[in-house]
Design a protein around this ligand. Structure first.
Ligand SMILES: Cc1cc2nc3c(=O)[nH]c(=O)nc-3n(C[C@H](O)[C@H](O)[C@H](O)COP(=O)(O)OP(=O)(O)OC[C@H]3O[C@@H](n4cnc5c(N)ncnc54)[C@H](O)[C@@H]3O)c2cc1C
Length: 347
């Protein structure tokens, strides 16, 4: 198996943070996975394309970067069954599907990252989540050294969440993701920005619209390093919404299943007066307050300090705690954001 020591991760995370791992492993076959050292007593992190990852410290833990490639398509009378290697690029996969006449993922175009990371937080955008088409995840279990087939229901998909962030966390590696796309396709135009595409737009037209909306709204990490939405949209009770509406009648809100309400974290941050706020070479994006950007810093600690400031300001103004969607990786492995301590240089 390929591996490297004292490896720089600066080009392996979309925040472009300077971090070094003592060892990085690049398993690309099951035999490679079987040969991985036993890491259950060590700090380690499974890295995809690093677009939802913040390296908090200059020193990162041991990294495993799966390199499983390949896409296979099987046709049944009613469906296309597509199996995709974890290291394939998500957006390239979406484009390939559309080119091949396999429709369904067009609303999820241009989301950065690897296919293997997509089930971890059940990626979603423009009215669609991965869980809609994902039927199975193939997952190498460290303890048994066997690849298990985890069916959709067992994946426990929910908003930016799955079993891979919960009970199966750090217990194995996703090697392949399986999707089923019905041949009888219908455009999903539930999201406001897509509703003017007419009654029967092509999947390509939907994808092109999604791409242009995303390019308009979100900074390109290759030009301005960022990890997309830094915070999750908070879910509150109806009672909380009623109280908030008294002070902020214009507050945007989205009713969810079981009576809960999703609020727009970006709106809360903007109302807290932080859009465009900048300190220590990092800042809140000037057009999209949900996105924290790295103008010129090499230190993950500066982003953490900014995120803590944003979280505190939103809490003070609205009494709502927003929490990051981005994973916080320290030298000791992943840490909960609330337990991170900011060093004095970043304060
Ligand atoms: C500009 C921008 C826009 C974005 N827009 C969206 C959006 O609209 N919707 C959305 O949901 N997300 C969005 N994101 C976040 C990001 O694209 C997704 O979270 C994506 O799935 C991350 O993929 P990655 O390969 O970069 O994951 P990484 O950051 O490398 O890893 C993310 C998590 O997945 C785990 N992981 C990665 N690969 C594996 C594997 N093979 N096996 C087990 N665990 C694994 C990691 O350990 C980590 O916990 C955006 C990010 C950016 C930079």
């Amino acid at each position: 198996m390929e591996f490297s020591h004292q490896f720089s991760l600066q080009n392996y995370n979309s925040f472009n943070i300077k971090a070094i791992t003592p060892t990085i492993y690049f398993p690309k076959t099951v035999v490679d996975l079987e040969q991985l050292p036993d890491l259950h007593d060590s700090s380690f992190y499974i890295l995809g394309d690093g677009s939802n990852t913040l390296f908090v410290d200059h020193h990162a833990p041991i990294i495993i970067k799966p390199e499983f490639k390949g896409i296979s398509i099987l046709e049944t009378p009613d469906n296309y069954i597509v199996s995709v290697g974890a290291a394939e690029n998500w957006h390239d996969f979406v484009c390939l599907c559309i080119e091949q006449g396999i429709y369904g993922l067009e609303n999820l175009a241009l989301i950065p990252g690897s296919v293997g990371a997509a089930p971890v937080q059940n990626i979603g955008a423009y009215g669609l989540e991965l869980s809609h088409f994902c039927t199975q995840v193939k997952w190498f279990e460290f303890s048994s050294k066997v690849i298990k087939e985890i069916n959709k229901n067992s994946c426990q998909f929910s908003y930016r969440d799955s079993i891979f962030k919960q009970t199966l966390y750090n217990k194995g590696i996703i090697t392949e993701v399986v999707f089923s796309f019905p041949k009888s396709w219908q455009a999903n135009l539930s999201y406001a920005g897509l509703s003017d595409l007419g009654d029967t737009p092509s999947a390509k037209a939907v994808m092109d619209r999604v791409i242009s909306l995303r390019q308009m709204k979100l900074p390109d990490p290759r030009k301005l390093p960022n990890a997309g939405s830094f915070f999750k949209n908070p879910i509150v009770t109806e009672q909380t919404l009623i109280l908030l509406k008294k002070c902020y009648p214009e507050i945007p809100f989205y009713p969810q299943n079981h009576g809960s309400i999703k609020l727009a974290a970006g709106w809360l941050i903007e109302q807290a007066g932080l859009k465009g706020y900048c300190k220590n070479g990092v800042g809140v994006h000037e057009n999209q307050a949900l996105v924290l950007v790295n103008y010129s810093s090499e230190r993950g600690q500066n982003i953490v300090a900014l995120a803590k400031h944003v979280q505190q300001q939103v809490l003070t103004k609205f009494n709502i705690s927003i929490s990051p969607e981005v994973r916080m990786i320290t030298v000791n492995g992943e840490q909960s954001f609330n337990h991170l301590v900011i060093d004095s240089e970043s304060e």
